[in-house]
Design a protein around this ligand. Structure first.
Ligand code: AOF
Ligand code: ZN
Length: 379
């Protein structure tokens, strides 16, 4: 097949504007509830070349969708323009008419999208509406970046479970901490800043009660300007060990917090949680441990679509064993600090050089002296 230079340039131009839309969509990642953060960029061809005449992003909370504000900004310039939308435009009537209809009514000539919307009310119908109205529709193949921006939404829509990122800081030998000293400093400050950025992109952070008790962490996002992006904190507390003195409980009126414990939890403990503004999530037990798959189903039903699991070797192992993890982020500390007595070490269920079966390395980054590995579950 002969592909002309013009065709190659057109594909490159589509990719450029779709990438711009994807960067825009990341701005509201984790802030749009059960709606994905979608962005729309309207590009008009003038004598001087293509130029962006309107842009929009799904509003915080999920409505309005991305297309109406972009089309409104473009005004008459939307006629004959190309709309780059990171997700197939919706075909259903919600608080506003379908976005596909809005694009048709505004006279857009072409629509380029990155991902088909798996929502039953859309799933190809948005594209079909556009095609039936004579609009050229191009779906860009294999957009990994788009899948990443919408990973929580796509996972929850297709499997009723949240997308799970397991984040672990460890040394080359897999050391995570010390049973004696508690919190060993494994990773550098640059990695910690990256962790805060990562938190901001998830709906929730999850740790076990041991981590909440011994490290007494804040588990929020403290990056300047992103303080409002702290995700919900979830603590698994099957033995009801947390008290009102734990930071996660003391600060629950500021940062939403969910404590997970068995349905048999005493009224007294539940009252303590309620008085401190903490939500209680009753869970099923499986052989004396929290039944994680069922808990993940319940959290997805609550609208939590992505979770960063941050706490404890035991929790990491349970999530891996239950086959619940979609992505693993390992921060490998540059200066290994071994405990004097190796039996005091807390070790991860794997090391940076021997990952769990079924995962493949996607990205290696340098964070100061640390190395960060991103592993993804193979399809
Ligand atoms: C779009 N553009 O910006 C977004 C879309 O509750 P509703 O009515 O807002 O519907 C939620 C569904 O809308 C969601 O599951 C997905 O199918 C679509 N999201 N669609 O055209 C947008 N956020
Ligand atoms: Zn819409």
């Amino acid at each position: 097949m002969n592909v002309s230079i013009k065709q190659l340039m057109d594909v490159a131009q589509d990719q450029k504007f779709l990438d711009a839309a994807l960067r825009l969509a990341r701005k509201h990642q984790g802030l749009t509830g059960t709606n994905p953060s979608v962005a729309c960029v309207i590009v008009s061809n003038s004598e001087l070349g293509p130029r962006i005449v309107g842009s929009g992003i799904t509003a915080k909370g999920g409505r309005p969708h991305a297309e109406p504000p972009a089309l409104e900004e473009a005004g008459d310039l939307a006629k004959g323009a190309t709309a780059y939308v990171t997700l197939e435009p919706c075909a259903h009537h919600g608080k506003t008419p379908p976005c596909a209809q809005n694009l048709i009514d505004c006279g857009v000539a072409r629509v380029v999208t990155a991902v088909i919307d798996p929502d039953n009310r859309v799933n190809g119908k948005g594209h079909q509406m556009l095609i039936d109205a004579g609009i050229e529709v191009t779906q860009m193949a294999g957009s990994v970046a788009a899948q990443r921006v919408m990973q929580g939404y796509l996972k929850a829509r297709t499997s009723s479970r949240p997308f799970i990122t397991l984040k672990i800081a460890m040394t080359e030998k897999g050391l995570m901490g010390s049973k004696k000293k508690g919190n060993l400093k494994i990773s550098s400050n640059v990695s910690s800043l990256q962790t805060h950025l990562h938190r901001a992109r998830h709906d929730a952070i999850l740790v076990g009660s041991r981590t909440a008790l011994f490290d007494d962490p804040n588990l929020d996002c403290r990056l300047p300007g992103l303080e409002g992006r702290s995700p919900i904190r979830i603590v698994l507390d099957e033995k009801l060990q947390l008290t009102k003195n734990a930071i996660v409980i003391k600060t629950a009126f500021k940062t939403p917090t969910i404590i997970v414990s068995p349905a048999t939890t005493s009224l007294e403990y539940r009252q303590m949680l309620a008085q401190n503004g903490v939500q209680h999530q009753a869970c099923e037990m499986d052989n004396g441990r929290i039944a994680l798959p069922e808990l993940m189903d319940d959290l997805a039903a609550k609208g939590i679509q992505s979770i960063m699991v941050e706490g404890g070797a035991g929790i990491a192992k349970s999530f891996i064993n239950e086959n619940l993890v979609d992505e693993i982020v390992i921060h490998v500390g540059g200066e290994p600090q071994e405990p004097d007595d190796p039996s005091h070490g807390v070790y991860a269920p794997f090391t940076p050089s021997s990952f769990p079966a079924g995962f493949e390395l996607q990205q290696t980054l340098k964070f100061g002296v640390d190395t960060s590995l991103r592993l993804r579950k193979k399809n």
